[in-house]
Structures are given as structure tokens and as C-alpha cells.
Design a protein around this ligand. Structure first.
Ligand SMILES: NC(=O)c1ccc[n+]([C@@H]2O[C@H](COP(=O)([O-])OP(=O)(O)OC[C@H]3O[C@@H](n4cnc5c(N)ncnc54)[C@H](OP(=O)(O)O)[C@@H]3O)[C@@H](O)[C@H]2O)c1
Length: 275
């Protein structure tokens, strides 16, 4: 069936997660975040990705509450920051995030980074939070195959999500195959390479083939690989542009050309060696 802005992925927990979300990393707290989130919800986005680290959970929560969209129709993700790992610390950190968001529950709570030694304890806390009904789905972020293997070796609860950096310039095929096999939904962050590869000649040529922008091509590429994708913009015209990715399909040949752009590009941090 053709994808639309309302398309979802059914996670292990049974929760339906919208495939397209708005990222708000580096969107300033206050008006900028509130306006971006409200605008996105007005034009059909139903999924917002924040984190304790981003400092804008309060603004996200306010915008969701004031948007007029029923709470149960909006999917809100937040994340456990690195300094809050450990069983009790993670439970406390979640409570603080939930208070800042001002929401009765969080749709998805993620471990932001595989912090050494403490991540398994933190995972137990997330399992407990889901059992209590405080969050509907739980998952991890920046986990490699090695980190996922370790987690699955110690827990019978499979993460709903692994949120990782993913775009044609960091095409993580092995992780994608692994997650499909384990029924972990992979979610693409920095899907636009933070703007760094939007003028790549192959991306530009593919964009011309469909009369679409480079950003739309990169978002559509992630969707066609089966990922949930969360482009960030604080500008209304780009938030709209990034949602107009459901009226075309990239051909198999053009997908292959994009697939071949891999250069192990990391915009920020690389978890490969995280012990
Ligand atoms: N779990 C993690 O460790 C992690 C790490 C990084 C990000 N994330 C999540 O993933 C989200 C997205 O990743 P990201 O923010 O790193 O990068 P991104 O979405 O790849 O790129 C965002 C950048 O691209 C620009 N942009 C947006 N739409 C555009 C368009 N249509 N044309 C041209 N430029 C455009 C934005 O500028 P303007 O805002 O000025 O439009 C911004 O500078 C984050 O916001 C966050 O929610 C998670």
C-alpha cells in the first residue's frame, strides 16, 4: 500500500508509530520549538522527537497540549541522557522528563547512548516504566549490532526501536538486516546529513528526475528502506517540504545509486567503539 503522512509502523509492543516525525535537536526552547511543533502538527505530522539533552521538552509538551490535536493522536519520543544511567537514576530521569513534558505518558522512551557498564541496568528501568504504563514503547539509540546482541543476551524484552544516524552517506546495511531479523524498527536520525550533502551531484540528479528537492529524496530513501525518519527543521517552509514525500517513489535503479554513496559519514558521534 502506498505510504502517506499518516502511515505507521507497528512496533513489537503493538504500538503504532508514525513513519515521519519532526526532530527538534538544536531547536531553541520557547517560541521556536513551540511554533515548529504546532506548525508540524497543523500540517499533518503526528510524531515529535525530543530528548532531555535538547532542553526543549517543556516547549514540546506545551505545543502538543495547545495544538488542538488529541493527545492520543500524537507520538512523543524523549530520551534518557548519559549522566542519568543506572536503575534508580533512570527512573528519576524519566519522571523529570515526563514532568517537563507535562504529559500523562510518553509514547517512546529511548536510551540515548550505550553508556558503558550501566546500560543494562538502565534498560531494566525502561522495561519497568513500560510495565507501569508510563511509556508505551521503549528502545535504544546509537546501538550497534554488538550492543543489541549484548542487550538481547540479558533481557527477554526486545527494544521496539533503535534510533541511529542513517542516510545514503552512512548506509548501515548490516544493522538494517539485523534489526529486520529481530523485529526491531530502525529509525533514521540526521537523515538530511544536517545539510552537509544536499548538494551531492548524485542526490541532485536523482532529485531532478522526480522534480523534488534533495532533502525530499533523502527522506524518501529512508522511508523506502523501511525506516522511521525524523528530519529536523525550525522553518515552516522546510517542515512542509520535508513532509511532501508521499507523492512519488524512487525507482530501484535510483535507490541503488543512492545506496552506493556510503562513506561512513558521521555528523556527530560514532558508537562503533563505545565499549
Ligand atoms: N539519538 C541521537 O543521538 C540523535 C542525534 C542527532 C539527532 N537526533 C534526532 O534526529 C533529528 C534529525 O537529525 P539532525 O537534527 O541531526 O539533522 P537533519 O535532520 O539531518 O538536518 C537538520 C538540518 O538540515 C536543515 N534542513 C532541514 N530541512 C531542510 C531542507 N528541506 N532543505 C535544506 N536544509 C534543511 C536544518 O536547518 P533549519 O532548521 O534551519 O531548517 C538543519 O540545519 C534531530 O532533530 C533529533 O530529534 C538524534
Amino acid at each position: 500500500m502506498a505510504l502517506t503522512i499518516a502511515s505507521t509502523s507497528k512496533l513489537n509492543s503493538g504500538v503504532e508509530m508514525p513513519l515521519l516525525g519532526l526532530g527538534v535537536y538544536q531547536t531553541s526552547p520557547g517560541r521556536a520549538t513551540e511554533e515548529a511543533v504546532k506548525f508540524a502538527l497543523k500540517i499533518g505530522y503526528r510524531h515529535i522527537d525530543t530528548a532531555s539533552l535538547y532542553g526543549n521538552e517543556e516547549s514540546v509538551g506545551r505545543a502538543v497540549r495547545e495544538s488542538g490535536v488529541p493527545r492520543e493522536q500524537v507520538f512523543v519520543t524523549t530520551k534518557l541522557w548519559n549522566s542519568d544511567h543506572g536503575y534508580e537514576a533512570a527512573l528519576r530521569a524519566f519522571e523529570k522528563s515526563q514532568r517537563r513534558l507535562g504529559l500523562d505518558y510518553v509514547d517512546l522512551y529511548l536510551i540515548h547512548w550505550p553508556v558503558s557498564q550501566l546500560r543494562d541496568e538502565s534498560w531494566r528501568a525502561l522495561v519497568e516504566l513500560q510495565r507501569r504504563g508510563s511509556c508505551r514503547a521503549i528502545g535504544v539509540s546509537n546501538y550497534t549490532v554488538r550492543h543489541l546482541d549484548e542487550l538481547l543476551g540479558g533481557s527477554s524484552v526486545v527494544p521496539d526501536i533503535d534510533q541511529v544516524e542513517f542516510n545514503p552517506f552512512l548506509y548501515q546495511e548490516e544493522l538494517l538486516r539485523y534489526c529486520k531479523d529481530k523485529r526491531i524498527q530502525l529509525e533514521a536520525y540526521s537523515p538530511l546529513t544536517r545539510g552537509q550533502r544536499l548538494r551531492d551531484p548524485v542526490v541532485l540528479e536523482v532529485a531532478r528526475n522526480y522534480s523534488k528537492s534533495p532533502a525530499q529524496i533523502l527522506i524518501r530513501w529512508s522511508l523506502q528502506h523501511g525506516l522511521v525518519v525524523i528530519p529536523k527543521s525550525a522553518r515552516p517552509e522546510r517542515i512542509r517540504e520535508n513532509s511532501e514525500v508521499f507523492d512519488f517513489e524512487i525507482s530501484t535503479a535510483d535507490m541503488s545509486r543512492l545506496d552506493s554513496l556510503g562513506e561512513n559519514l558521521h555528523m556527530d558521534w560514532d558508537p562503533t567503539d563505545a565499549v
